[in-house]
Write a protein that binds this ligand. Sequence first.
Ligand code: FE
Length: 392
Amino acid sequence: MMRFTLPRDMYYGKGALEHLKTLKGKKAIVVLGGGSMKRFGFVDKVLAYLKEAGIETQLFEGVEPDPSVETVMKGAQAMRDFEPDWIIAMGGGSPIDAAKAMWVFYEYPDTSFEAILQPFSFPELRQKAKFLAIPSTSGTATEVTAFSVITDYAKGIKYPLADFNITPDVAIVDPDLAETMPPTLTAHTGMDALTHAIEAYVSTLNSPFTDPLALKAISMVFEYLPDSYNGCMASREQMHYAQCLAGQAFSNALLGIVHSMAHKTGAAFSTGHIPHGCANAIYLPYVIQYNAKDQTAKERYAAIARSVGITGSDSECVAKLCKKIDEYNVKLNIPKTLQEFGIVEAEFKEKVAKIAELAVGDACTGSNPRAITPAEMEKLLTCTYYGTAVEF
Ligand code: FE
């Protein structure tokens, strides 16, 4: 038996934030990130709308990028003190991910991260509150997914939480918020969305329920991302919807090794963090070459290619799809290799074996369409460093 779960309601379109005026409830805690939502006036709007709905509010501000266990516990305590019946998370992926984890510890103060690490093992939520998410970036789609990533800085590990219990009840996908994204963030998050859709489409858990969402998201990203990057707000709006469709697909079909590699290389090098979407964009064409050695995966990549107007045999379609992604990366000023990104060769060589082992063990590897060993992963990562073709 399979399961397909999405938020109960998704409000979208310019000004969709106004839905908050009609929200039914008593108390809402509003979870926020670093302050951009406040600066752009969106927090004031949210508070005014909730007041109109007769809902008492409290802010929980300052969730950091890559939110920590400490922030989650602080937020959960604030929720236990305030006792909201709505948790409203607004901003990029971080405040929304953090609020999802706070929700678990608000409702179950005696549980622990260790206890909820096993995917799809969460206790039953919605005993105290429902969850509403409002994304301001167009990539992670955490407003519709069953996932949250929390970092334990003391132990140096990331907890990838996964359970349909933390799929939000309501998502408000209002493109006005996405207009605040700077160009580089637009490029990186947009390529993250493309990767979500492509990995979901070829995932071993793909299904007739997720395929149409993935294909539509892919065609929309190809159509709108370059103009969105160049400041066209009508395209920015379409990208905000495309990433949400991609999220609906991958929340149910899961991902693949592009994400495994991005997760384990993101913070691995002393030359600085590789932004998640940028890492995905670099790895995607190489992983397609690797996965396409599997016949079923090859056919599915060819189907993606044909859905965006590419013609030819399956092999030609796969090659042209990779070329198209390369061209988009050039348009978006994303490097082609880790070397070009600025990773030092000696450090790469020293660390690649360990990174390969960790990437194979990542939660996203299980649904990749072609199996991979640590030795093969090391070869694949090496191809992404030098820009060599994947011929194994
Ligand atoms: Fe991602």
